[in-house]
Design a protein around this ligand. Structure first.
Ligand code: ADP
Ligand code: MG
Length: 435
């Protein structure tokens, strides 16, 4: 699901290579299309849009580079599989419709099924349904020449859908249509994407169509020059999350990543700092005055941003208000900083160390902090529960329930107050990750 449905790598296409009429049509084009996306390939006439589309659909062989569709390298698949792909994997819609003049509308629509050897009545039933859907059922018995351009294009869309392919390629599908028919056909394609969840790759040189797409790939002179996203449907790319699986991120992090699509994980980590400082303060402290907390929080923020070190933080916390400090005393500042350091150390271990090592550290930390009494067997159970939480397989509440539940039903049998404290501590440690 997170894999691209189509992947083009360093594609180069040269027509008539080595001959006098050699044309270099594509230079080093790399593109990824994800399932259920609606992507428009846009650019001036002759920039290589159709060549790219035909390469993606296996109709044009690459001179260099490769194209993968649904995990299959098109240069390596058998003829039989290529035929199968063209019959049921992808649907094609062209500017020139390519309907067969001597066949009726219904016969044209059902043609791909004839190739698959399906019985007549069954395939016609499907065909009629599609003609209905696109409001051309009255034209079923007519021949293509008796139809308007818009109607012909709807017939050709119906034909592309008859074997229910996952991917639809459309090359300037409304290039020959008046504006009303264009709008109608473009709306149909949008609906196929939104309602039927088809992956759509459409080529156009008309800027008025761009708003239909989730993503626009701009081409010029045989190269991709720009990309624009209207609706992000791609999964967050592995490159944005070094060594971290998306599912393992905290919900706060996921929310931020969706909100700030273009930011790296590190940048999002920074965005989280004020929130982290705030949470950490209220987690550790309770009986200080509002001012003492506020000033301390601003210094803690600087510490989490790594603008100041622990020693400076200590001085700032201890200093009197009038000198710009938080007006704590030395003992409190000391114990606070040691708590902060412990929490940040453990959370760094969770990011940097392997799972066995880091979960062991976390368990030791929790045992020490809450004076937990756990034997070897209980420790194994605790580690297992903590790992579930760290991988975001369960949430805070579920962890608390597991800690609280009696041993005979597979829980840890902790006192409910301890279970709550432990799960909160784990939460704050998870929040401090990825900075
Ligand atoms: P677009 O669809 O953006 O108008 P094309 O992919 O059709 O562009 O064409 C890109 C370039 O390749 C153009 O210069 C075109 O003339 C050339 N070209 C396309 N198809 C062929 C072909 N079959 N033989 C030779 N040259 C071609
Ligand atoms: Mg073209």
């Amino acid at each position: 699901m997170n894999e691209p449905i189509i992947q083009v790598d360093h594609l180069k296409v040269i027509y008539n290579k080595g001959k006098q009429n050699e044309v270099r049509s594509l230079f080093d084009v790399s593109v990824k299309i994800y399932p259920k996306e609606y992507v428009i390939i846009y650019g001036p006439s002759g920039c290589g849009k159709s060549t790219l589309l035909y390469s993606m659909s296996g109709l044009q062989a690459p001179t260099e580079g490769q194209v993968t569709v649904e995990g299959r390298n098109l240069s390596q698949i058998s003829k039989k599989d290529m035929v199968e792909l063209h019959q049921v994997g992808i649907g094609m819609v062209f500017q020139a419709f390519y309907l067969i003049a001597s066949l009726s509308v219904l016969e044209n629509v059902c043609l791909p099924k004839v190739f698959r050897g399906e019985p007549t009545d069954k395939r016609q039933e499907e065909g009629i349904k599609l003609l209905h859907r696109f409001s051309i059922v009255e034209q079923a018995k007519k021949f293509p020449s008796e139809l308007s351009g818009g109607q012909r294009q709807r017939v050709s869309i119906a034909r592309s859908l008859i074997n229910n392919p996952q991917i639809i390629f459309a090359d300037e599908p409304v290039g020959n249509l008046d504006s009303e028919s264009s709008e109608n056909v473009m709306r149909i394609l949008k609906e196929l994407n939104e309602v039927d969840k088809k992956t759509i790759i459409l080529v156009t040189h008309n800027p008025e169509h761009l708003h239909f797409a989730d993503r626009i790939i701009y081409m010029k002179d045989g190269r991709v020059v720009k990309e624009e996203v209207n609706t992000e449907k791609r999964p967050i790319e592995a490159k944005d999350i070094p060594d971290v699986k998306y599912e393992e991120l905290s919900n706060e992090m996921k929310l931020l990543m969706r909100t700030f699509k273009n930011l790296s994980l590190a940048q999002i980590g920074s965005l989280m700092v004020p929130f982290k400082a705030n949470q950490l303060m209220s987690h550790i402290l309770s009986e200080l005055s509002h001012e003492q907390i506020q000033v301390a929080e601003s210094y803690l923020k600087e510490f989490l941003f790594k603008n100041i070190d622990a020693e400076t933080l200590f001085h700032d916390l201890d200093m009197k208000y009038e000198n710009g400090g938080a007006d704590w005393n030395k003992r409190r500042a000391e114990s606070f900083i040691s708590r902060v350091s412990e929490i940040t150390n453990i959370s760094r271990a969770l990011t940097e160390k392997n799972e066995t090592e880091s979960s062991k550290m976390l368990v030791n930390y929790l045992v020490e902090l809450f004076k937990l009494k756990v034997d070897k067997e209980e420790e194994v159970t605790l580690v297992a529960f903590l790992r579930l939480r760290i991988r975001n397989k369960i949430d805070r509440e579920e962890l608390e329930k597991k800690l609280d539940a009696p041993k005979k039903v597979g829980g840890m049998g902790m006192h409910s107050i301890t279970a709550e404290k432990v799960s909160r501590e784990v939460e704050i440690i998870m929040l401090m990750k990825y900075s």
